[in-house]
Design a protein around this ligand. Structure first.
Ligand SMILES: [Zn+2]
Length: 278
């Protein structure tokens, strides 16, 4: 599942265009939308969705947590936002109209310039919302994992009684972290995934904050991680220290990486670098 760095990579491609690939989406006008799989629209009937978005101009592309946000301007109407959650397999590309209708295309926005914004989603878990105020969708999320301040993070963390791993995955705590970057950040911070958040000393909490920032920024610099054919191009998987490395040597100490299941999520860590007891 794409996490903050993968979603940021897609947001950047849509915002700035891809050299030799799709052009920027910013400034384009949505002429109409073809809804090929209505269930991907989370909050409106397909006809209403199509009616409200027709004629809108894309003014911005941003990200919050794992959500993509397209800021739209509609002449004679208030601001409108299109929010997209890619979930398991969604991807978004600006393509020539002639290339828009692929077998897994679920929504196709027809743009000016003979272009289209295509939402491909083989597994059909992706969701889109068209709203006046993004808070209708993301208002209950915690602060974005790259925007939260150290003070904010440390005080939120030390108020929680749960274990670190499920807490990092809880999007109402901080938004954007998933299984991969949680495991990598905990290893970098030398903290056991089952440590109780409220038990962390001030310096341990600060270490976790810095580790999260570092793995997310390294992930973005590597264009995210590529899992399969869905997200080609990223290479952060080559930097994984623990994720998916069960039984292989820890790069810091040589101990075999262990795998346990916490809150139904597979969790990878180094038993030496990340001791449970202190
Ligand atoms: Zn180790």
């Amino acid at each position: 599942m794409p996490e903050l760095p993968e979603v940021e990579t897609i947001a950047r491609a849509l915002r700035e265009g891809i050299p030799g690939g799709g052009p920027s989406l910013v400034g384009r006008t949505i002429q109409s939308v073809q809804v090929l799989w209505p269930r991907e629209i989370a909050n409106l009937a397909p006809a209403e969705f199509a009616r409200r978005i027709a004629g809108a101009c894309v003014r911005s592309v941003s990200r919050y947590g794992k959500y993509l946000l397209l800021g739209l301007d509609l002449p004679g109407d208030g601001p409108l936002s299109l929010l997209i959650h890619l979930r398991m397999s969604g991807r978004l590309d600006v393509v020539p109209r002639s290339a828009a209708f692929t077998p897994h295309a679920r929504l196709v926005w027809l743009l000016d310039g003979d272009l289209a914004l295509r939402f491909d989603d083989a597994r059909k878990f992706g969701r889109v919302w068209l709203v006046g105020d993004p808070a209708e969708v993301i208002g209950s999320l915690g602060p974005d994992a790259l925007s939260v301040t150290r003070e904010q993070f440390v005080s939120r963390l030390r108020a929680r009684r749960g274990a670190l791993k499920p807490l990092l995955l809880d999007q109402t705590f901080v938004a954007g972290i998933g299984n991969i970057y949680a495991d990598e950040a905990l290893h970098l911070a030398r903290l056991h995934p089952q440590r109780i958040a409220a038990s962390l000393a001030e310096d341990e909490a600060a270490r976790l904050y810095e580790a999260i920032r570092r793995v997310l920024l390294e992930g973005i610099a590597a264009n995210g991680a590529s899992f399969d054919w869905v997200y080609p191009g990223g290479n952060f998987q080559e930097n994984f220290k623990v994720y998916g490395r069960t039984g292989r040597s820890c790069s810091a100490c040589g101990t075999p990486i262990a795998r346990i299941v916490i809150a139904q999520r597979s969790t990878h860590f180094c038993p030496t670098c990340q001791p449970l007891a202190i």
